[in-house]
Design a protein. Structure first.
Length: 144
């Protein structure tokens, strides 16, 4: 199916079966993201939306997937009540915030990517940037 159509399908379904307003922005396609990278991005969107539904009290979520040069960036933002500064401080290296955030962080770490969460009284933002690994991916594809 590909990452963009899969995200569109998932987010359309989410909006239909919940009270969330969902905004999704993405190019037609994202090139040179490994299959593991695509899976990680999809799972992070799923976990982020689950966190909004379970914890944030948010009514809207925005998912933006973009690319610039050699960088792919995923941003997921909600309008919920956010996390306290104490919880954000505890997040580094701690599993106390639950499996969801730790799982997102670990997925990105395994890809050597960047992961950041910022939060405040107007919502939470998740930023993810997995590397493209163009040469590594091309070498693996050529060897098949």
């Amino acid at each position: 199916m590909g990452l963009i159509p899969a995200l569109r399908w998932y987010l359309d379904g989410l909006q239909k079966r919940t009270s969330l307003t969902v905004d999704f922005e993405a190019p037609t396609e994202i090139a040179d993201v490994t299959p593991d990278g695509e899976r990680a991005l999809f799972r992070i969107v799923q976990e982020s939306t689950n966190n909004v539904l379970r914890h944030s009290g948010g009514t809207a979520i925005s998912v933006t997937l973009s690319e610039s040069g050699k960088e792919v960036t995923l941003e997921v933002e909600d309008n919920g009540h956010g996390m306290s500064a104490e919880k954000l401080d505890q997040m580094e290296g701690a599993a106390s915030l639950g499996v969801g955030i730790a799982g997102m962080r670990e997925r990105v770490r395994q890809l050597d990517g960047a992961f950041k969460i910022s939060s405040g009284p107007r919502g939470t933002q998740v930023f993810v940037s997995p590397p493209r690994h163009e040469e590594k991916y091309a070498a693996n594809s050529a060897g098949r």
